[in-house]
Design a protein around this ligand. Structure first.
Ligand code: COA
Length: 203
């Protein structure tokens, strides 16, 4: 089973990634209602209270036996407003494998923010856990998403017919993967910093 350390917040040169908890679930829920997020993916249409209830049922923090869905709100360091979110879903099977997701508000795209946030998440996931592979799925026509994955070092793995439902219709997906062996850690001096709570810092 994956051994993810506690990972509450990350910072990059321009961004802050804060773990989604019951306390800030409403902020993510509001973000999920914004337009232009559902063209290529199925964002759950849950009421605010139901969404908060589901967040409360998730594992509280990354820890040794962490399995489940984890999300981080992404904000510009200079501002308080959330501009997107990234996610990591760690499954029991296959062992040591996880799937990432990411979504950014339309006005904050094509400025490198998504690349910066996903790079930080991948780095945190590989350095803070025993994950050996991270996957990502996208629709083949979601070119921005495919480009983002390739830019970060993900490789095409396979295509699957009718493997997801988007806006009520079965759609084909492309699966990308990044293995720990293939992953290139950021050079020393990278601006990315993982901030862990003092009580959980590795000795
Ligand atoms: C998928 C998604 C996150 C990609 O976002 P994005 O804006 O393309 O990604 P970035 O913010 O990293 O921007 C990268 C682009 O900005 C350019 N760019 C501009 N300034 C940059 C900078 N400082 N650093 C890096 N790239 C920069 C890059 O060249 C790149 O352009 P290109 O894709 O034409 O080569 C976004 O389209 C989105 O949220 N879509 C809706 C939800 C969705 O579909 N999620 C994915 C489901 S699989």
């Amino acid at each position: 089973m994956s051994a993810l350390r506690h990972l509450d917040a990350m910072t990059t040169s321009r961004l802050r990634l804060a773990a989604v908890t019951p306390a800030n679930a409403g902020v993510l829920w509001r973000l999920m209602q914004e337009p232009k997020l559902r063209e290529f993916q199925d964002v759950p249409r849950l009421g605010r209270e139901e969404f908060a209830r589901r967040v409360a049922q998730r594992p509280k923090q990354f820890q040794a036996s962490a399995v489940g869905r984890f999300e981080w709100l992404v904000s510009l360091t200079e501002e308080r407003r959330a501009i997107g979110w990234v996610s990591l879903r760690v499954g029991e099977q296959p062992r040591n494998s996880a799937e990432i997701g990411y979504s950014f508000l339309a006005q904050y795209r094509t400025q490198g923010y998504a690349t910066e946030a996903v790079t930080a998440l991948v780095e945190a996931a590989f350095t803070g856990s025993e994950l050996t592979r991270i996957e990502a799925c996208c629709l083949p026509e979601n070119l921005a998403s495919c480009r983002l994955l390739e830019r970060i070092g993900f490789a095409y793995k396979k295509s699957q017919r009718n493997a997801a439902v988007v806006r009520g219709r079965a759609v084909d997906i492309v699966v990308y993967e990044l293995t720990r062996e293939r992953w290139q850690p950021a050079q020393s001096g990278s601006a990315n910093t993982i901030v862990m709570p003092a009580s959980t810092k590795p000795k």
